[in-house]
Design a protein around this ligand. Sequence first.
Ligand code: SAM
Length: 280
Amino acid sequence: MSGLDALPPLREVIAAHGLAARKSLGQNFLLDLNLTARIARAAGNLTRADVLEVGPGPGGLTRALLAEGARRVLAVEKDSRCIPALEEIAAACPGRLTIIEGDALEIDPLVHLTAPVKVVANLPYNIGTELLVRWLTPPAWPPFWDSLTLMFQREVAERIVARPGSKAYGRLAILAQWRAEARIVLHLPPGAFTPPPKVSSSVVHLSALPEPRFPADPRILQELIARAFNQRRKMLRSALKGLAPDIEDRLRAAGIAPTDRAETVPLEKFCALARSLAQA
Ligand code: SAM
């Protein structure tokens, strides 16, 4: 890894390339090499994997992924100012880092990746949830990724791993836990970033399950939970009224009391209700 060791410290890179953080791009950089190494290690063994990194910025986490032995890293960065800094890292690891300048919401990275793929990113907060939902709802399962190791605002991370009965439990918890194993692997205070954001952050690790935990049609389940949690304070018999004329019977058959609220219903019962609605 001598090529990486010879690179200048990140603070120098930021100064040399004029990478003053831009709020509009969600730029809160990680400059502590211990932290970036811990995040890269949380992704598991990278030596036989391609890694997709969204938002590499000046490349702190990118360096850690390469130092941990990632077979290849594909880094998608929207800010053109960061590209020369990333090219210096690519030059230090010939053939292992591919940089794409562009918007991760617009680009299809699949053509550049070979399985198995791990996604690792300190995501810009403004697009983190949208990307996660996309990765959790692909047209077919299993998805293109084996695991996702992602930074979120702590409050979002808690929604991803939430259990029924808690305030944080909702659509994200169900989407994440239906077809993946999700856990928080690291909490970071605002001071871990430059500049510090207003809130704490957490890294969540999700591993794709080969099959969903309980059978259900993905589109029906997604519509069901969207309706159920859009009106989370309402009883399910009214929140889901439009889905089927006999919704109360179907709720009961799935083991759900029509007077229950969405936030108390476990994943298994939502899947049972989705299967019943598939026959409606
Ligand atoms: N990975 C770096 C680190 O840990 O220090 C930077 C993380 S910073 C929170 C988010 C990064 O995502 C920034 O570099 C920002 O320019 C980039 N970014 C923001 N929106 C993006 C988008 N739509 N597509 C790709 N990158 C984006």
